[in-house]
Design a protein around this ligand. Sequence first.
Ligand code: ADP
Ligand code: ZN
Length: 624
Amino acid sequence: MAIWLVVGVVLMTVFNQFNTRQPPQNTLEYSAFLDEVREGRVAKVLIQGRTLEATTLDGKKITSYAPPDLWMVSDLLKYNVKVVAKPEEEQSFLTSIFVSWFPMLLLIGVWIFFMRQMQGGGKGGAFSFGKSKARMMDENTNQVTFADVAGCDEAKEEVSEFVDFLRDPTKFQKLGGRIPRGALMVGSPGTGKTLLARAIAGEAKVPFYSISGSDFVEMFVGVGAARVRDMFEQAKKSAPCIIFIDEIDAVGRQRGAGLGGGNDEREQTLNALLVEMDGFEASVGVIVIAATNRPDVLDPALLRPGRFDRQVVVPLPDIRGREQILKVHMRKVPLAPDVDASILARGCPGFSGADLANLVNEAALFAARANKRLVDMDDFERAKDKIMMGAERRSMVMPEEERRNTAYHESGHAVVARLLPKTDPVHKVTIIPRGRALGVTMQLPTEDRYSQDRERLLNTITVLFGGRIAEELFMHQMTTGASNDFQRATDLARRMVTQWGMSDKLGPMVYGEEEGEVFLGRSVTTHKNMSEASLQTVDAEIRRIIDEQYGLARRLLEENRDKVEAMTAALLELETIDADQINDIMEGKPPRPPKPVATPFKPPVDDDNKPGAAPNDDAAAAEA
Ligand code: ADP
Ligand code: ZN
């Protein structure tokens, strides 16, 4: 667009240059001109439109501009002036065409330009709607192998069969085995489903077509189905190969569900997909891999044998898996000797593969910002905090009163957490605003945990109340800062009662159905299978749990006022305290000074020769 604009402006200017004529010199007023004529000094007059150009007897030229004067010519003749008339000077034919057509041409140019853009490179013209938008990656551009996928060994094992098949389809056919046509990868976002599918293609050295389920869905009915057919058409041509459909739930939702009845377009697309998957012989060598994180909303027809009959679960990595994934990604950055992937892996439970990749990247960015040569443990810790708690907002100015309030609030959480058994150890407390929180108390589990017991849940609720109670006890006020705590506490209590059967009064029963995505998936309406009476009991039970834990938290904090005061003082002074310092405070000792930061942040220094400019020089030398 910019280029077009510049061209347009340049043309206009050039054009204007030509168009403006030099104003004639020696221009006289009309009456002065007439005087000249009357005095007989003019020999000849050239009339061109309204412009008069006179030549005097002594050969000088004078010009003037005539008003509509009918008698002018007869006047002139009376004084013996030779009169010549010419047609008004016309713009040249070409310029006039140009002037009248230029805007039109510009418009047409812009239009063509946009059409090109819309067609994405212009292949297929304006009628390429029905073409599949699958991106093809051939065996040379796809360099991902199983070595790049870490921490999901079971999933890798399950799909390695596909690799064997793609490498040598005939081997299996000779034995009459039926190769699955497709696999459904199930797992939360970022667990590496796409990566694993690409690794299969990379290992087998076959082309990899990837498309997202939402790419099929268009405004026009029938387009999605056409795209599905086109995609299979293309894939068959380059078989053996892999088709990867990301987010298949966009098209593969159960038919006839959702608000407003069925969605014709989506159903047609899904039907086309089913037909295609049935239609090709397994021997063709096309394997369809789909990914989703909601297998529960998929149409059962998709999961029948001969379609996505194999489900590969790609779970969130456990601690060992996280360590391996970190190592995979750490290969790409220069590491300081103090970096220990196993310690890091322990500190980020619940991180997905994508989070871990992001962690390494953020750490490298922190190191680069501080002009370091190597990425050290400190960078990784800061990156981890940023991902877990949101970016620090140091620039946010908090009034002193609010800072004190936040410090008491976080101390309240931390002290209660430390006093109760069966809670996750407090890892860090900070009153630096992060993300949308004013302060954070970070608890980290010592190991990955896959279920929760009742006591642990109750204690979690108590810890959540610690914040508000500390505000009340020490600041004698209530703030809105605790609303999220309450929400989580109430939610936990409700689920303990209604889903997990942890209330003695109500017993092991599920009350009310779990409300999923109400307006999209299968559950268009949730049935409340609850009588009015049990509804009341449920409420009463939730209330009881909350009241009891609130009371417990209050008692704990009242008995340990000194600890809260000490921790608040430490927080106000240091802003962030870690597990060791919290230990000191809980033992009644003054907190130890904060660990010296290995490489303090320095503004970028360009001069490499300045002594001490690069704080990490020693480490670099040691490495070398
Ligand atoms: P999904 O498709 O499950 O949403 P992706 O495969 O797109 O997740 O993962 C995104 C990125 O996260 C990958 O490109 C990779 O860098 C990283 N990643 C995810 N899982 C793993 C893993 N198991 N091993 C190594 N890297 C991973
Ligand atoms: Zn809180």
